[in-house]
Design a protein around this ligand. Structure first.
Ligand SMILES: Nc1nc2c(ncn2[C@@H]2O[C@@H]3COP(=O)(O)O[C@H]4[C@@H](O)[C@H](n5cnc6c(=O)[nH]c(N)nc65)O[C@@H]4COP(=O)(O)O[C@H]3[C@H]2O)c(=O)[nH]1
Length: 957
């Protein structure tokens, strides 16, 4: 039972809930509603209720049964709509038929028929009522919906306005509405809050006078201008700083006119946006841009294809292009190491890995290439490449320098680095090799460790003083190796300065110059010593004389210069050869060295000329002369001892000239010249002698030297001539001539050969002159041989010993003969006895060759020399010439008479022709004829004349 009650209660509650929902639906604002089962149930209940009430108040036969159901139908329509109303109507018709149509409470076909018209009317009415009520209901609903809709719109507008106002009030924009005069008409809350004023305090105030502008005249000006322009209908935009709570807020204001519907300007709207964030962003952007622009490094942005989009000033400066030129340029225009294909590949690599850092080289606008270090990043958002460039040319150069420095440090020169106090910091391998000390042994020590002790404190003090003042010292120094050996080194010390110019280290570079010194010594020996005898040469002698002169001036003592020349040395050289000559010179040098003191100097100044320098030989001129004479004599004696040279015994003596010198003398050259002059004097005086210098002699020698110079020029200038002196037979017929040289000096006139031939003999000039004479005489002979009257003449020419002894003398004679085409038998060479003084065999051999050509040989000046008769026997001579000194006094001096007779006899014995020269008188001629002389030469027959004059002489008889 309880369960049944609970079930019923539950069912009722469900039904009631359903009913409520039904009614809610029914009276909802919606114009639609759905027919629900609860509506049918409700209609049943209402119909049942109406039936119950009818039956309670009246019996079934009371009639008006349809009125019973009419209100129920109406209620059902009202509550549940047309369909339910129709349902209630049909239900009412059925109930009325069944209950109120007799027989009551029965439903049959008959009752249905009986109540057909009543039911039809009822159903028609019910349907009509249902339709009417439903239509009314629907109309109400529609009206109500429309009303609701209208109500909704107006409240939404109001709400929107409120909302909008709220938004405008609190929008973070300063909104200020101005009237036409520029006074504030309305202002939003944001602005009021920002400027810290009430609305009332602001409304009506001039916009330009608002306190937020901080009375800055520039801001006022800006606003005034904007107001003026906006009044002309132009929109304005300006940035101003608003004072907000004590700080300045940047605001971007837009001022626009507000128009009425008729297009008239009714006021202006000023809308200010807080741009502090933007400004901040701009500042940050500016900072970044400034950073990039002012960065020392170059910077650019490129697209992914390598075209430059932006570039900073540093890169522009670096590349030499302007920023404008660079923008749009492709990387390949500045890249020097990579070509376009390489760049493309490199860009792809950077895009793949997002970044890269590398070194390359860029080309400046002027073509100059420089090294750069590149750091590049790919920005995925902008799809751009950001690259920084650093010019590393200097760094590279520094690296190169460092490498060079490292190589230099590894150089064969020793290097030592010390700090400023002289403590050794570093040494290189060469240092260790040269000094013998390892790096560990010297680092931390002082360079004095290497000192040899050869230099005193002053030396090192001066070195450091120079280093400190100039930062550099260079010189030679003696140091000691670890093994104790002292060696010379060439040292350079350089002060190294830091960036501030303060000395930070000293670098000493040195080389072991032991070998160089040795070579230098060798060169010095070559330069200052004679290679053959190892004696000082002229240069060193001059140096020593200079010192001796200074010493003489200081100590007041005299010194002496001995100039000596070996007599007949040239002869030895020419006859036995230079090797013999050299051996003799070495012997002479040794004898000289043994003959003088250690302090004295012996020098060889050329050929066979030696000079001895004796210092401190006396305080007075007398004492000095005596001592010098003693030494000179000692030397003369020592050098006069015969020389044994390679199985030959050579006799030679010196001629010695002495020049004393004292405090008054100062010219080295003069001293040497004077000693040389004295030596000549000794030579001229008969050789093997000692002579002291005589000033007059000096003059003679000087004039000889001048003449030698003139003579040298004379040969080329054609100043030499040959004159010819006739040689006659007993019938006084000219059988030949002697060619005699003449010098036609342009200033001094005709110079006889005795004045210049001896000078030429002393130099090699005699060879040139001899060659000229030989050729000139041959040319003349050739001329005469063409003339019948002269053809028989024999031409004699003088040949000096020097000329005869030259190795090519024979060749020169042969050449002259064939060159001029002369008959060699007409050529006669007059030789002096000096030719045959030494190597008789060699002279003989030469003579034989000459004779083989047909050339005749005559021995000139016979009787004046040292000729031995043995020579006469051996030599293939044709003629002897009696010297004119014998002929001159032939009549007065009995010894000359004997001499001439002896010569003629000897010639006859040796089957030699004989000719007498210098025949001036008939007496002399007769004497000579009487004693068998058959040829004559002398003024008696004719003086030497030019060739042209000789023709007359011969032809004229
Ligand atoms: N007082 C005097 N003198 C006479 C007489 N007859 C000839 N003389 C001179 O005696 C010299 C003879 O020549 P020499 O004995 O070979 O002596 C020559 C010869 O040794 C040398 N000489 C001349 N020409 C040459 C030459 O071409 N070559 C060489 N090497 N020496 C030459 O110069 C020397 C001197 O030559 P000159 O002055 O020409 O002197 C010549 C001649 O002029 C005379 O009757 N009385």
């Amino acid at each position: 039972m309880a369960n049944n009650v609970r079930f019923l209660r539950g069912g009722c509650r469900c039904y009631i809930e359903a009913l409520v929902r039904h009614l809610e639906n029914r009276y909802s604002v919606s114009t639609k509603y759905r027919t629900h089962w609860s509506g049918y149930l409700l209609a049943l209940l209402i119909m049942a209720g109406a039936l119950g009430v009818r039956l309670l108040i009246a019996p079934v036969e009371a009639g008006l049964q349809y009125i019973t159901f009419f209100p129920a139908v109406t209620l059902s329509v009202l509550l549940s709509g047309f369909r339910i109303g129709l349902f209630a109507t049909i239900l009412g018709a059925l109930l009325a038929t069944c209950i109120f149509t007799p027989p009551y409470y029965a439903l049959s076909w008959a009752t249905l028929e009986k109540s057909f018209w009543s039911n039809l009317v009822f159903i028609f009415d019910g349907t009509l009522v249902s339709l009417a009520i439903d239509a009314m209901h629907r109309y109400r609903l529609l009206m109500s919906a429309k009303l609701n809709q209208a109500l909704d719109v107006s409240s939404a507008v109001e709400s929107n306005n409120r909302h909008l106002r709220q938004i405008l009030e609190h929008l973070p924009i300063n909104l200020i509405l101005l009237d036409r005069q520029g006074n504030v008409a309305e202002v939003n809350q944001t602005t009021l809050q920002r400027i810290g004023r009430d609305r009332d305090a602001v409304i009506g105030k001039a916009f330009v006078d608002l306190s937020c502008w901080t009375y800055d005249p520039r801001i006022h000006g800006k606003i005034q201008l904007a107001l003026q322009l906006v009044q002309q209908g132009l929109n304005q935009r300006f940035d101003v700083a608003m004072s907000v709570g004590g700080r300045m807020l940047p605001v971007d204001f837009q001022l626009k006119p507000v128009y009425a519907e008729n297009g008239e300007i009714t006021g202006y709207l000023a809308a200010g946006v807080d741009i502090s964030a933007r400004k901040q962003a701009e500042i940050i952007l500016l900072r970044h841009k400034t950073c990039i622009d002012t960065a020392h490094d170059g910077f650019w942005i490129t697209d992914m294809d390598g075209y430059i989009l932006d570039v900073n000033q540093s890169y522009a400066y670096m590349s030499g292009y302007t920023e404008v030129e660079l923008v749009g340029m492709h990387i390949s225009a500045v890249e020097a190491n990579e070509d376009a294909a390489d760049i493309k590949a490199h860009l792809a690599k950077i895009l793949a890995q997002g970044h890269d850092m590398f070194e390359t080289r860029h080309r400046r606008k002027d073509g100059h290439v420089y090294d750069v270090e590149v750091s590049v990043n790919f920005n995925g958002e902008t799809r751009e490449l950001f690259a920084f460039f650093r010019d590393i040319t200097e760094r590279k150069q520094n690296l190169a320098k460092l490498r060079i420095a490292a190589v230099t440090f590894d150089s064969p020169d020793g290097i030592m680095v010390t700090d400023t106090t002289g403590i050794i910091l570093q040494v290189n391998r060469a240092f260790q090799e040269i000094t013998g000390y390892s790096a560990e042994e010297v680092i931390g020590k002082r360079p004095s460790l290497l000192s040899s002790g050869r230099h005193d404190k002053t030396f090192y003090k001066e070195m450091w003083t120079q280093l400190q003042t100039t930062g550099y010292w260079s010189g030679e120094i003696w140091d000691r190796r670890k093994n104790g050996q002292i060696y010379p080194k060439c040292l350079t010390i350089t002060a190294v300065k830091d960036d501030r110019g303060t000395v930070s280290e000293y670098v000493a570079t040195f080389g072991d110059i032991t070998e160089r010194k040795r070579v230098e010594e060798e060169i010095r020996n070559l330069a200052f010593y004679d290679d053959l005898t190892k004696l000082p040469n002229r240069r060193l002698l001059q140096d020593r004389i200079e010192h001796a002169l200074l010493a003489a001036a200081r100590n007041g003592q005299y010194g002496a210069l001995l100039f000596l020349d070996m007599d007949k040395f040239k002869l030895l050289n020419d006859t036995l050869g230079h090797h013999h000559g050299d051996i003799m010179l070495v012997e002479v040098a040794n004898r000289l060295k043994f003959s003088v003191r250690e302090a004295d100097s012996v020098a060889r100044i050329g050929g066979d000329e030696f000079v001895l320098l004796l210092e401190k030989v006396g305080e007075s001129i007398n004492e000095a002369s005596q001592k010098a004479a003693l030494v000179a004599e000692k030397i003369r004696a020592a050098l006069a001892v015969p020389y044994h040279i390679l199985n030959h015994v050579h006799h030679s003596t010196p001629s010695i000239g002495v020049r004393l010198f004292g405090a008054d003398d100062n010219s080295v050259e003069d001293l040497l010249k004077h000693a040389d002059a004295a030596m000549y004097e000794a030579k001229n005086g008969g050789r093997n002698q000692v002579r002291f210098f005589d000033p007059d002699l000096q003059k003679v020698l000087e004039s000889r030297a001048a003449m030698e110079a003139d003579l040298r020029r004379a040969l080329d200038a054609g100043q030499l001539q040959l004159h010819y002196q006739p040689q006659c037979d007993v019938e006084r017929r000219v059988i030949g001539v002697e060619a005699l040289i003449r010098w036609l000096h342009p200033e001094r006139g005709l110079i006889p050969p005795l004045e210049f031939i001896p000078i030429a003999e002393e130099s090699s000039l005699i060879l040139d002159i001899g060659c000229w004479v030989l050729n000139t005489a041959c040319r003349q002979l050739a001329e005469w041989q063409k003339q019948p009257s002269m053809r028989h003449l024999q031409v004699a020419i003088n040949v000096s010993a020097h000329q005869f002894n030259t190795h090519d003398f024979i060749k020169s004679v042969q050449t002259a003969i064939s060159a001029h085409g002369v008959d060699a038998t007409a050529l006669k060479l007059e030789l002096t006895e000096t030719v045959i003084v030494n190597d008789v065999e060699a002279v003989k051999a030469k003579m034989l060759v000459l004779k083989a050509f047909g050339v005749k040989l005559s021995l000139d000046d016979f009787g004046t020399g040292y000729s031995s008769l043995a020579y006469l026997k051996q030599l293939p001579l044709d003629q002897l010439k009696i010297d004119r000194s014998f002929v001159r006094d032939i009549a007065t001096d009995p010894s000359d008479e004997v001499m001439v007779k002896a010569i003629i006899d000897m010639a006859n014995n040796f089957h030699l022709q004989v000719i007498a020269e210098g025949v001036e008188t008939g007496e002399q001629l007769n004497f000579l004829k009487l004693h068998g002389c058959e040829a004559f030469q002398g003024y008696l027959f004719g003086r030497p004349v030019p060739a042209s004059d000789l023709n007359f002489m011969v032809e004229g008889g």
